[in-house]
Design a protein around this ligand. Structure first.
Ligand code: AHG
Ligand code: MN
Ligand code: MN
Length: 401
C-alpha cells in the first residue's frame, strides 16, 4: 500500500495517446481495438504504460453507428407520405437497384475477364460474350419486366421501345410505369478503369391498359415522377429523386445493400469547375466559345479562372459537380447540330435531379424539362449544374448566337 502511494505521488502524467483500430466489422459484429499509451514522468526518466482493449460492439450498436437506412426503406418511407400511393414505385425502384447491383459486380469483374482473355465472341462455355453495355441493358430490362410494374422500356441500346404485357391480373395494380434508361453511360471508359454509370427515368403511362404505346414513351421531362443514376466508381453509389429532394446511397458490399449516405443533396449555387470536351472548341458557336474563354480568364472577384474537369462519363462528371458545384456542357457544334447527348436517356433524368438539388439545366435557350420530345433517340445540347453558372452560359448564348 505504501509502495503504491509512493509511486502515484512520484509520477506525473504528461500525456497519452489513444489509437482506435477497427479490426473486424460486418453486418452483425463490430470489433474495435483501442490502444492507450500513458506517458508518465518519474523523477529521472519517462516511462510508458501501454493498455490494450478489444471492444465488441453488438449488432444493435453497430446499426446505430452506421446511419442504417436502406434504399428500399427510404423509398417506402417517402411513398407513405403520399396517401394514394400503391407501393408500386418503390417496387420498381427496387427492381432497378437490384439490376444495378448485378451490373456493379460485372463492371468490377470486367478488367479481370479481359486480362484472362475471356472476351471475344464466345466464352469458355461456348456462349456468346456480351459487351458490358448490352449485358447491362438486358439485365435492367429483365429485372423490370419480371417486377411487373412497367408497360414499356426505352433504352439507348434499343432501336425503339419495348412494349411489355401485364403480368398481374389485378387491374388496380396494372403495369402503370414506363422506364427510360442509358444502361451504361461512358462505356468507352470501361477498359481504362474509369467511372461509368447507369441513368434511369420513370414516367406514369398515359394509356390505361395493355402494353405501352409510343405516346406513353414520348413525354416531356417535366412529367417524370422519378429519376436517378448509379456511378460505378471507387464505390458504387445510387442517387435518385422522386420529386422530393435528391438522395444518395452507397452500396455496402458486405451487406449487399444501398445504404443512405447523402441525404437531401444540394448543388452549390455557383462553382469553380467547368466540364466540357474542349477538343470541339473550333466547331462551337460564338456564344459557347466566348463563355468558355470567359471562364478561363483571370478575375479574382468572380472566382475565375475556373478549373477544368472532364471525365468523359456524363454520370461521373455530373456526380462530381453535384457534390462540389460545377457546370457540365455538351453544346451543339458544326457537325452535331443537336449536340451528342440524348434527351430521354441522359438529359431529362439528370435535369430532374439537378433541379431537385437546386441547380439548373437547359439546352442554352430552353429548359430541358420543357422540351417536347419528337423521337425517342433525339439529341439535345446540354448545359447543366450550378444555377448561377448555367444562367451565365445562357446569357452568353443569347447575346452572341
Ligand atoms: P454513352 O457511353 O452512353 O454512349 O455516353 C457517352 C457520352 C457521355 O457519357 C459523355 O459525357 C460523352 O459521351 C463524352 O463524349 P466525348 O467523347 O465526345 O467528349
Ligand atoms: Mn450515355
Ligand atoms: Mn450508354
Amino acid at each position: 500500500m505504501f509502495k503504491l502511494l509512493f509511486f502515484i505521488k512520484s509520477i506525473k502524467l504528461i500525456g497519452f495517446f489513444i489509437i482506435i483500430n477497427t479490426i473486424f466489422a460486418n453486418f452483425t459484429d463490430f470489433y474495435v481495438q483501442i490502444y492507450i499509451r500513458i506517458i508518465i514522468r518519474e523523477k529521472h526518466n519517462h516511462r510508458y504504460i501501454n493498455l490494450k482493449f478489444l471492444y465488441y460492439i453488438s449488432r444493435k450498436t453497430s446499426i446505430m453507428i452506421y446511419k442504417f437506412k436502406t434504399l428500399y426503406r427510404h423509398i417506402i418511407e417517402e411513398e407513405r407520405k403520399i396517401p394514394e400511393a400503391t407501393g408500386q414505385l418503390s417496387d420498381l425502384l427496387a427492381d432497378i437497384a437490384l439490376a444495378c447491383k448485378v451490373i456493379s459486380l460485372e463492371v468490377n469483374r470486367a478488367g479481370l475477364i479481359d486480362i484472362l482473355g475471356f472476351t471475344g465472341t464466345k466464352n469458355i462455355q461456348g456462349e456468346k460474350v456480351k459487351k458490358l453495355d448490352v449485358y447491362a441493358n438486358d439485365i435492367l430490362t429483365y429485372s423490370m419486366q419480371m417486377g411487373g410494374h412497367i408497360c414499356a422500356v426505352c433504352s439507348e441500346e434499343e432501336v425503339t421501345f419495348i412494349p411489355i404485357k401485364e403480368i398481374y391480373e389485378d387491374k388496380v395494380l396494372h403495369n402503370k410505369y414506363v422506364c427510360h434508361f442509358d444502361p451504361l453511360d461512358g462505356s468507352s471508359n470501361i477498359d481504362a478503369n474509369i467511372s461509368i454509370g447507369t441513368i434511369f427515368s420513370i414516367y406514369k403511362r398515359l394509356s390505361t391498359h395493355g402494353p405501352g404505346t409510343i405516346e406513353d414513351c414520348l413525354q416531356q421531362g417535366i412529367k417524370q415522377i422519378a429519376a436517378g443514376y448509379v456511378v460505378y466508381g471507387s464505390s458504387t453509389i445510387l442517387v435518385y429523386t422522386a420529386g422530393k429532394g435528391v438522395h444518395g446511397f452507397t452500396l455496402d458490399p458486405s451487406v449487399g445493400e444501398f445504404l443512405l449516405s447523402h441525404e437531401n443533396m444540394k448543388i452549390p449555387k455557383k462553382s469553380k469547375i467547368f466540364s466540357v470536351n474542349e477538343g470541339n472548341y473550333e466547331k462551337w458557336s460564338e456564344g459557347t466559345k466566348r463563355y468558355i474563354d470567359y471562364l478561363k480568364q483571370n478575375d479574382k472577384s468572380t472566382g475565375r479562372p475556373y478549373s477544368g474537369r472532364y471525365v468523359g462519363s456524363l454520370v461521373a462528371d455530373f456526380h462530381r459537380n453535384l457534390l462540389y458545384g460545377g457546370i457540365f456542357m455538351y453544346p451543339a457544334d458544326k457537325n452535331s447540330k443537336h449536340g451528342k447527348l440524348r434527351l430521354m436517356y441522359e438529359a431529362n433524368p439528370l435535369s430532374f435531379i439537378a433541379e431537385q438539388a437546386g441547380g439548373r439545366s437547359s439546352d442554352g435557350k430552353t429548359r430541358i424539362l420543357d422540351i417536347i420530345p419528337e423521337t425517342l433517340h433525339q439529341r439535345t445540347p446540354l448545359f447543366i449544374g450550378s444555377k448561377e453558372d448555367v444562367k451565365q452560359a445562357e446569357k452568353f448564348i443569347s447575346e452572341y448566337d
